[in-house]
Design a binder for this molecule. Structure first.
Ligand SMILES: *Cc1c(COP(=O)(O)O)cnc(C)c1O
Ligand SMILES: [Zn+2]
Length: 427
């Protein structure tokens, strides 16, 4: 099988920049770069190990600042070749960090409140960051089809990236997703398959397909390319710090689906500290879930180290992963940094979407409702300190989850004359 041949190829034939090897997060066992995701010794997850030893801090900072206004400004810190910016890619990132003073006023935050608004990416969610990385790995390993299991946003990001780069795409989603997500995934012309089951069923199916001849030559961005894919989330940490003037925020509120994004934001912050690009100060990472799919939050509150799977039932479908692969690592990070994991109900998610829209003019998808809602709850409970600099992630666009705010609409319907306008009480 082609996949295995590539996996044993030595580093020298695969140019992924500063990426040196894959290393097991559990036992530290190292293997050459390849499309593998589980340790052959202990089945633990593999992640990218880098060689950053040649970098001089100020040279690196200058190189980043002179780079393009997208994630490739951080190419020296990512598993991509140095000339990545010249290849066909959807070039996500460098999204706005919005100083949210109106929202801060409503929530009583005095230390500075920011929304990192990733709805501004090419397919309107943070998933473009991770897919852009996986695409480069797929190119390096000679794959010709891009695939994934998706809760919706990933399907669109894969479809767009594949279209632009000339790959075939075939992606798998639960059959009952929001129409906005389905259309957004289908419009790029790839194949889109609905699976009768939830996300965890879709994911299991994809694992089977990888082991089958039918999946030969396929790069599943979040399965066999997962170590590369995951690194894309580090760029959120890099951008937040650079946009704050090369400074760590005190508190970050991050949504949790599989937990990958949260763990890599922590990895990105740690790298910036080690490279001397930011001052080494304490920061806290908070995880946010919807109550209808809150396995990590439940484990955090119960003081457990293991995450017990749940059957998701929430309007926050992009976060509806009942068996999150990175759950235990999220618990470690929340506890190590002094953060927390919290959840909010679906009505609280809707309230928070409207609150953010009405105060800051940002229309978030349900995942953004989850982070803003959890931020409010953590402040009310005295867990999040309103006197500290806080960054809240909005990872997707409200236009993709219009059903969540159904019922929001016309103030009045009037005849086209002033009398009718006055009658409606609008004058
Ligand atoms: C996928 C996704 C996330 C987070 O995903 P992880 O699996 O935890 O990395 C957050 N927000 C949105 C909108 C997403 O689509
Ligand atoms: Zn291992």
């Amino acid at each position: 099988m082609a996949v295995q041949t590539v996996a044993t190829t030595s580093n020298s034939t695969v140019d992924l920049g500063p990426a040196a090897a894959l290393s097991c997060r559990e036992c530290g066992h190292r293997v050459p770069l390849g499309p593998v995701f589980a340790c052959e010794e202990c089945f633990g997850p593999l992640e990218i190990a880098y060689d950053f030893s040649a970098y001089d801090t100020e040279e690196l900072r200058a190189r980043i600042e002179a780079g393009p206004a997208n994630i490739w400004r951080y190419a020296p810190l990512l598993p991509v070749p140095a000339d990545v910016a010249e290849k066909p890619n959807i070039n996500p990132g460098w999204t706005k960090l919005v100083k949210a003073d109106n929202l801060a006023g409503e929530l009583g935050v005095t230390g500075g409140l920011y929304i990192k608004d990733d709805s501004g990416n090419p397919t309107h969610s943070f998933k473009d960051r991770v897919v852009a990385q996986a695409l480069e790995a797929a190119r390096a390993f000679g794959f010709t089809t891009l695939s994934c299991s998706s809760t919706g946003n990933l399907a669109g990001a894969v479809g767009a990236a594949a279209a632009r780069a000339g790959f075939r795409s075939c992606v798998f989603i639960p059959h009952d997703l929001e129409q906005g997500k389905v259309v957004m995934a289908a419009v790029y012309g790839g194949e889109l398959v609905g699976i009768q089951g939830n996300y965890d069923d879709v994911n299991r199916f994809c694992s089977e397909l990888i082991g089958d001849p039918a999946g030969e030559g396929w790069g599943f961005v979040n399965v066999n390319l997962r170590p590369y894919y995951a690194e894309g989330s580090k760029t959120l940490a890099y951008e937040i710090c650079e946009q704050l003037g090369w400074r760590l925020p005190d508190q970050i509120v991050v949504p949790i689906a599989s937990g990958s994004q949260l763990t890599k934001i922590d990895k990105g912050l740690q790298e910036l500290i080690k490279l001397g690009l930011v001052e080494d100060r304490p920061y806290k990472i908070f995880g946010a879930q919807a109550e209808g799919c809150s396995p990590v939050s439940a484990a955090f509150k119960a003081g457990h180290d293991v995450v017990r799977p749940q059957k998701p039932n929430t309007i926050a479908k992009s976060l509806a992963i009942g068996n999150p692969a990175d759950g235990p690592y999220v618990l470690d990070i929340a506890r190590r940094t002094g953060g927390a994991v919290e959840d909010v109900t679906d009505p609280e998610v809707v309230d928070a979407i409207k609150l953010l829209a009405r105060t800051e003019g940002i229309f978030a998808e349900t995942a953004g409702g989850v982070t803003v809602g959890v931020t409010r709850k953590l402040i009310e409970n005295g867990v999040l300190d309103p006197a500290l600099t806080t960054v809240v992630l909005n990872t997707g666009d409200g236009l993709k989850t219009l059903d969540a705010v159904a019922g929001t609409g016309l103030t009045a319907t009037i005849r086209p004359n002033l009398e009718s306008f006055r009658e409606a009480g609008l004058a």
